[in-house]
Design a protein around this ligand. Sequence first.
Ligand SMILES: *[C@@H]1O[C@H](CO)[C@@H](O)[C@H](O)[C@H]1NC(C)=O
Ligand SMILES: *[C@@H]1O[C@H](CO)[C@@H](O)[C@H](O)[C@H]1NC(C)=O
Ligand SMILES: *[C@@H]1O[C@H](CO)[C@@H](O)[C@H](O)[C@H]1NC(C)=O
Length: 612
Amino acid sequence: MCGIFCLLSLSPAQFERDKKIYEHLKRRGPDSSQDLTVRGTHSCYHCLFSAHVLHMRGILTTQPVQDSAGNVLLWNGEIFGGVPVKPEENDTAVIAQRLSSCNSPSEVVSVLSTIRGPWGFVYYQRAADCLWFGRDFFGRRSLLWKFDESINALTLTSVAAYSSGLDQSAWREVPAAGVYRIDLKAATEAGSVMFEVFPWAHGGNHPDSGCSDTILESVPSCCSAVMNEAGLVLTSPVCPLNTSIPESINEEEIHSDSCIKDLEQLLASKEKQHEVNGLIDVLSEAIRRRVQALPFRIQDDPPPTYDHARVAVLFSGGIDSMILAVLADHHIPAHEPIDLLNVAFKLQEPKKQKESAKKPKKHNNKPTHDKPGAESQTSGPFDVPDRITGRAGLKELQDLNPERRWNFVEVNVTQEELQEMRQERVCHLVYPLDTVLDDSIGCAVWFASRGKGFISEDEDDQKPFTSSAKVILTGIGADEQLAGYSRHRVRFKTSGHEGLIQELAMELGRISSRNLGRDDRVIGDHGKEARFPYLDEDVVSFLNSLPVWEKADLTLPRGVGEKLLLRLTARQLGLGQSAVLPKRAMQFGSRIAKMEDKREKASDKCTRLLTG
Ligand SMILES: *[C@@H]1O[C@H](CO)[C@@H](O)[C@H](O)[C@H]1NC(C)=O
Ligand SMILES: *[C@@H]1O[C@H](CO)[C@@H](O)[C@H](O)[C@H]1NC(C)=O
Ligand SMILES: *[C@@H]1O[C@H](CO)[C@@H](O)[C@H](O)[C@H]1NC(C)=O
């Protein structure tokens, strides 16, 4: 993960770099920071490139990378396939080399189409006098843009900075709908920027000749976007979603008996061995590519005696994170620990009573998020639902592999600390997103991924602990692909399989703007890298190829029907109770949503983010 920044100035006027943004970028890339300025030969633009590198593998490659022809690359990405990178090679150098040999837009497009893995990039092509930039197909790396009229300059950056005086619409996320190219000579002459768009050919369909609405809505003021003249597209790295609908809907009655034992029998009786093994194969390989060939931290030289973990999992004990932990266990050397990061926000005592008084009413329209008894077991103020399922999950993992050291990191967050760090850090990282949900998830993920908490050797021996892992696996993408959210049930009830398929397609399409850019900025702030195995191209292709009824059966009860295929997979991998836990969103599981005593909706603008 790196922090990349490019300021393209169309007039020779002096510009000053935003110091706050520079600091934020440095936190993403603590291992090397370097600037480079380039001036146009025939026109008077200049470009400031600033790169901040987090060293992940090979020899540390400082950026910006400039080749002998004067081309400049800023690369914030990982190659997990498509382009060969040897273990001792650095992928930045490999990409720079590939791009250097490109003489036409179609060649650049073809190089970018072959890469498997997350990326955001900026590339200056000197001979063609143009600037390329963009994000991977899913948008797993953040990139923001803004045009500042007063200095006639376009800025691209991994992370921005919030300030209360700021025009709220100034920064936008660059839509992960394609890559973009600026003709610098034309831009300088016109005094404004036009983006040529090279869209991803989504789901095998060629986009029509115009730009998508997503792009047009996000283009900064004073800039414009057009489809590239040659009509070039990037090839989608995943196969299209299988839209078949079951022929005979043998209207299974809604199983209302939710006794755990019956659910287990139900799971046991399902014959989906072929699909389960297929999913294990692709997911296991995706995780292998994400946990192997990792460096130790620079300061750990000579390498430590394996008492520090290099991989951590954002861990609630729910099925998505349990499967990540089990498969990571298969690929990480046996003597190396794995950190399980589990976040809890302090329960507010007085509010708890109010809550239980309200309870019966709530139950009617909202399925219980907690296991029966979870609430009554509550003893300490940090024993939130995710802490309880997390501990249970830890037990299962210890049973599966007692040799492994599993560091269950209890991250306990108080209201005071939450408020302090939200103002100091999280508000800048979530920005330009701004809803109550962005605030909750942004804060929860920030504290969890910081990995600062306590581990218990035994019952009453707690010691402070800070995770050293640079790589953080997160389960994002599982719910979107396997129908894990309660809105999938709603959609299925009202419009059947067809509606469900539409919902799933829409959700994967917007995951970049809803989640991924934000999570990348939040996790990157600790000098760590988020990795998303459920969004590996091969995993998505595999899941896309299956008909929807193999992935979920929403006629079955909660805790079984949604993400059915994943539950069967968990069983196959030897997991127990965690295989049948109903989905619990992070903001409820960690109880951060309970901290704020406001009757606010998740989609409301969050005023707490606006005071930085
Ligand atoms: C890594 O990148 C640097 C700078 O581009 C280059 O000099 C070096 O040869 C590369 N190392 C490997 C092993 O490719
Ligand atoms: C953190 O929370 C857990 C409850 O899940 C509690 O047992 C532990 O004592 C807390 N640790 C600290 C240092 O607050
Ligand atoms: C979709 O699933 C159905 C049922 O399994 C299968 O027959 C069909 O070949 C699949 N289609 C694609 C495009 O994979």
